[in-house]
Design a protein around this ligand. Structure first.
Ligand SMILES: [Zn+2]
Length: 129
């Protein structure tokens, strides 16, 4: 559907899996940002409404909507895959009558809270050198 390097939250994939977990948990899947009643069928072919996540992040982190409201998920998409980010199209998909349902400032407010891509962090060994 579209290219992705790895999980858009942690950075791992089955080709480069999290060494702390079984490989199966680093397998990638599509996650629908909008999880309303028709979210899944609406989002499947819409790159701006999806995050590519590993099984671990999809099943254990992104499931907490209190921690990861839509605006924060959209901020993650914007930072990790800016080419797919399209807030106007996303709002239109979710509710064509509410073009400002989520605003750019709602999304940008999360900027400081997006965790780093773990695969880009220096390893413990590198830190000691
Ligand atoms: Zn992940």
């Amino acid at each position: 559907m579209f290219e992705s390097r790895g999980c858009e939250l942690c950075g791992y994939s089955s080709h480069h899996h999290n060494p702390a977990m079984p490989v199966a948990l680093s397998k990638l899947a599509c996650h629908e940002i909008y999880n309303g009643a028709s979210g899944r069928s609406l989002s499947l072919d819409k790159p701006y409404a999806l995050l590519v996540l590993c099984q671990f992040c999809n099943q254990h982190l992104m499931t907490d909507k209190g921690l990861w409201p839509e605006s924060r998920q959209l901020c993650l998409l914007k930072l990790r895959s800016p080419a797919r980010y399209d807030l106007g199209a996303y709002n239109k998909l979710v509710n064509p009558r509410a073009p400002n349902r989520t605003t750019q400032s709602d999304v940008d407010a999360w900027k400081g809270s997006i965790p780093p891509d773990l695969t880009q962090l220096p390893s413990w060994k590198q830190l000691r050198e």
